[in-house]
Design a protein around this ligand. Structure first.
Ligand SMILES: C[S@@+](CC[C@H](N)C(=O)[O-])C[C@H]1O[C@@H](n2cnc3c(N)ncnc32)[C@H](O)[C@@H]1O
Length: 217
């Protein structure tokens, strides 16, 4: 996501710091303490400006959400949305997550969302893609029984790669479409179509098809 200069960025981030979890690795195995309840916890990795995750948090007050985003100027917009929302079921990790297992214990998450992840188009960078099979396996390792991974992307190359990696990780495909927003597409998980991201809105606006797949371990 393109970074724009933001005036007084540090002051603005500090003012919204109640939505950010400092030292997130220290909460490994005890994220329920952050939320103060046993509701299921969902992670969006690379949440960008936070439209998707904050819409989920508003729609599902009995679910907990964590957005992770490595770019401070981008996450600022997500924090502003959380502030406007005012609930207590949405927090953010400000940083690039390399291995989810350093942040979450086995069984701690109910789902992982990967929306419009960076494609890393050079083949030598395949391991950096968030859908590389070792990363997919890592997500399932921190997921409870019945947990899922949902992936949306405009990028055809990344989607083909992802489908291969899903197979390599021996995950089960629950739903898949190459045109999520087409009128004729029938999809069981209506949230996948109804709750969009900033990137998605941009691509859908230009008529670009959106690829979607939901898998389980
Ligand atoms: C192309 S943008 C998409 C943002 C948002 N999901 C959307 O659809 O509007 C991908 C974002 O993921 C973030 N990102 C990439 N790898 C990440 C990681 N390992 N941990 C946290 N954020 C990451 C990038 O900084 C970037 O803002």
């Amino acid at each position: 996501m393109r970074q724009r200069r933001v005036k007084n960025l540090d002051e603005k981030l500090t003012a919204l710091s109640s939505h950010v979890i400092e030292n997130p690795e220290s909460y490994r195995g005890r994220w329920r303490e952050v939320f103060g309840n046993d509701n299921p916890i969902y992670l969006e990795l690379g949440c960008g400006k936070g439209k998707f995750i904050s819409t989920h948090a508003a729609k599902y007050p009995k679910r907990n959400f964590i957005g992770a985003e490595g770019q401070p100027t981008v996450i600022l917009r997500a924090l502003e949305k959380a502030e406007a929302l005012g609930g207590n079921n949405l927090f953010f990790i400000c940083g690039f997550i390399r291995d989810v297992r350093a942040y979450f214990a086995p069984g701690e998450l109910a789902g992982v969302y990967l929306n419009f992840s960076d494609p890393w188009p050079k083949s030598k960078h395949g391991r950096r893609r968030l859908t590389y099979h070792e990363k997919l396996t890592a997500y399932t390792e921190v997921m409870r029984e019945g947990g899922f991974i949902e992936i949306k992307t405009d990028n055809e190359g990344l989607f083909e790669f992802t489908l291969e990696e899903i197979e390599a990780a021996a995950l089960r495909t629950i739903e898949m479409t190459r045109d999520l927003h087409a009128e004729e597409t029938v999809i069981e998980n209506l949230d996948a179509r109804d709750i969009t991201t900033e990137y998605e809105d941009k691509f859908v606006g230009t008529g670009k098809n959106i690829n979607y797949v939901k898998v389980q371990g």
